[in-house]
Write a protein that binds this ligand. Structure first.
Ligand code: CAA
Length: 257
C-alpha cells in the first residue's frame, strides 16, 4: 500500500493512515488502499482484531480539500460513494475494529473513527465535523453515524457549529469510549484489542452484527435478529469449548469454528 501502512502482529492488524504531510487527509488513493486493506483483513483468519490510527500528529484531518476543490458535483458524489463504501466495509467486517485516535479527527477523520467499533482517544485528540464551513456537509456517513452515537441534538450542534471539541468532551458526549495519555494510547488500544481477541471470534463477530444490524431495526425485528444470530453462535464448536472450559475451571481454547 502506498498511502497506508498495514501489518499484522500477534493476531492484531495495524492500519496506519500514512500521509502525515497532509495530516492524513483522505483522497481517492487513500480510500482505495483502505478498501483493499479491509478486504484483505476480512479474508485473513489470522487477524483477530484491528487497530486504525494515523501517522504523525493527526488521526485524519478529513477528506482531501485540495482534491475536492477540483471536483464537480457528480465527481464529488463519486468520492463520497467511495467513502461510504470504505466506512460500510469497516463497519461490516466480521472482526472488532478499534480507532486509536492520536490527534485531529476532523470531517472524514471523525467519520472514519465512527465507522470503527470502539474509539480510544489520546488526550491530545480533537474532534469536529467542519464541513459546513467549506460549503458542504459530512459525506462519509457523518450525518447518520454521529446522530446515532451522540444523539440528534448534539450531532446537530457539532455539525452546524463546526466547533472543534477536546477528547474529554468527546468522552463526555459518548463519541469516544476511552481517553488515554498520548504515550499510552497504543498500549491501551492493544490491551483492548487483545482482550477482545481472547474471546470466541464467532461470538465477537455475531455480537457486532447483532448490534449493528439490530440498531437500524424496530425492537421486534431486532429481537428476532438477535435470536437468529444467537443461534448461530450457540451452534459453534467454540460454544462447546467455552462452556466446557468454564465447568472444568480452565482457560478456553477457541478455534473460530
Ligand atoms: N485536506 C487536504 N489537505 C489538508 C487537510 C485536508 N482536509 N487538512 C490539512 N491539510 C494540509 C494543509 O493544507 C497543510 O498542507 P501544506 O503544508 O501543503 O500547506 C498540511 O496539511 C498541514 O496543515 P496545516 O498547516 O493547516 O496544519 P495546522 O496545524 O496549522 O492546522 C488543522 C491543522 C486545524 C487540522 C487544519 O489543517 C485544518 O483545519 N484542516 C482541514 C480540516 C477540515 O476542514 N476537514 C474537513 C474536510 S471536509 C470532509 O471531510 C468531507 C467529508 O465529510 C468526507
Amino acid at each position: 500500500y502506498e498511502n497506508i501502512k498495514y501489518e499484522v502482529s500477534e493476531g492484531i492488524g495495524y492500519v496506519t493512515i500514512n500521509r502525515p504531510k497532509a495530516l492524513n487527509a483522505l483522497n481517492m488513493d487513500v480510500l482505495t488502499d483502505l478498501y483493499a486493506a479491509f478486504t484483505e483483513i476480512e479474508a485473513d483468519e489470522t487477524v483477530k482484531a484491528v487497530i486504525v490510527t494515523g501517522e504523525g500528529k493527526a488521526f485524519v484531518a478529513g477528506a482531501d480539500i485540495a482534491q475536492m476543490s477540483q471536483l464537480n458535483a457528480l465527481e464529488g458524489r463519486e468520492m463520497m460513494i467511495m467513502g461510504h463504501k470504505v466506512m460500510n466495509l469497516i463497519e461490516a467486517v466480521e472482526k472488532p475494529v478499534i480507532a486509536a485516535v492520536n490527534g485531529f479527527a476532523l470531517g472524514g477523520g471523525c467519520e472514519l473513527a465512527m465507522a470503527c467499533d470502539i474509539r480510544i482517544a489520546s488526550e491530545k485528540a480533537k474532534f469536529a465535523q467542519p464541513e459546513v464551513g467549506l460549503g458542504i456537509i459530512p459525506g462519509f456517513g457523518g450525518t447518520q453515524r454521529l446522530a446515532r452515537l451522540v444523539g440528534k441534538g448534539m450531532a446537530k450542534y457539532m455539525i452546524m457549529t463546526a466547533e472543534m471539541i477536546s477528547a474529554a468532551e468527546a468522552y463526555r458526549i459518548g463519541l469516544v469510549e476511552k481517553v488515554a495519555a498520548p504515550e499510552e494510547l497504543m498500549d491501551e488500544a492493544v490491551k483492548v484489542a487483545k482482550t477482545i481477541a481472547s474471546k470466541a471470534p464467532i461470538a465477537i463477530a455475531t455480537a457486532k452484527s447483532a448490534i449493528n444490524n439490530g440498531f437500524d431495526m424496530d425492537m421486534k425485528s431486532a429481537s428476532k435478529f438477535e435470536i437468529e444470530t444467537f443461534t448461530a453462535a450457540f451452534g459453534s464448536e467454540d460454544k462447546t469449548e467455552g462452556m466446557a472450559a468454564f465447568l472444568e475451571k480452565r482457560a478456553p481454547e477457541f478455534k473460530n469454528k
